[in-house]
Design a protein around this ligand. Structure first.
Ligand code: ADP
Ligand code: NI
Length: 217
């Protein structure tokens, strides 16, 4: 099948599948990650189809909304790609991305990853920081009915993946537990540059937030 037809069909499939998704993880998250991945890949030159399909399908069934089951996403993606008669070699590379992209506390990352995964992972991480990242964090906190900030609850570094996933801390703590750590985890040159800018914006945001919290500004 012609690549652009395959991409169009994948876009349709993802839009339909994510219709009911929570705001921070909806089609528009996928859209931004997809655009960012294409942008980053202009410099990296990884396989274009794998990068685009990986970006489009990376959150197709988030384990957070499937009782923690991390096998649903790869299965749904594989079935879709097989239904489109995509080359098995391409399918396997896309599934590899879906299996390995998640932050989940930043645990168990190795250097032995594909360039395509590095590109899509940077794009996904960039969408968690900067102006959009701030909006997504508060949106997610609202979805979970968490407080925005509580000066008496210090940020924590979680011992493992489960502790990270099940914590119920104020949303501001998430900046220290994840968002501010991401700029040092970027894989690509373009990803690093964009992350620096988005990081600086979050620092500015946080100092304004604390000043307003205490009525100082
Ligand atoms: P990933 O897929 O990289 O593991 P998540 O699915 O955990 O990321 O998060 C999706 C979005 O929700 C991100 O923007 C992330 O920052 C936000 N988010 C996740 N956990 C929290 C939390 N505890 N508080 C606020 N925002 C969160
Ligand atoms: Ni994502």
């Amino acid at each position: 099948m012609n690549t652009s037809i395959l991409i169009d069909k994948t876009v349709e499939f993802v839009k339909n599948t994510l219709k009911e998704a929570e705001g921070g993880h909806d089609w528009w998250h996928i859209y931004r990650v997809w655009k960012l991945a294409i942008h980053i890949n202009k410099v990296e030159g990884a396989n274009d189809v794998v990068v685009q399909l990986g970006a489009l399908l990376h959150d197709i069934a988030d384990s957070k909304f499937n009782n923690g089951d991390e096998t649903v996403g790869p299965k749904v993606a594989r079935e879709f790609l097989e239904s489109q008669l995509v080359d098995l070699n391409i399918i396997n590379q896309v599934i590899y991305i879906i299996d390995h992209i998640s932050f989940k506390g930043g645990f168990s990352l190795t250097n032995k990853t594909s360039l395509e995964l590095k590109v899509v992972q940077d794009a996904d991480r960039l969408d968690a920081i900067g102006a959009i990242g701030i909006a997504r964090a508060f949106n997610y906190g609202g979805f979970k009915n968490r407080v925005m900030h509580d000066p008496s609850v210090a940020p924590a570094l979680y011992a493992d993946k489960e502790a990270y996933k099940s914590n119920n801390a104020p949303t501001i703590n998430h900046f220290y537990e994840k968002l501010l750590l991401l700029k040092d985890k970027m894989n690509t040159t373009t990803g690093k540059q964009l992350a620096e800018e988005r990081h600086a914006f979050m620092e500015t945001y946080l100092s304004q937030f604390y000043a307003e919290w205490e009525g100082d500004k």
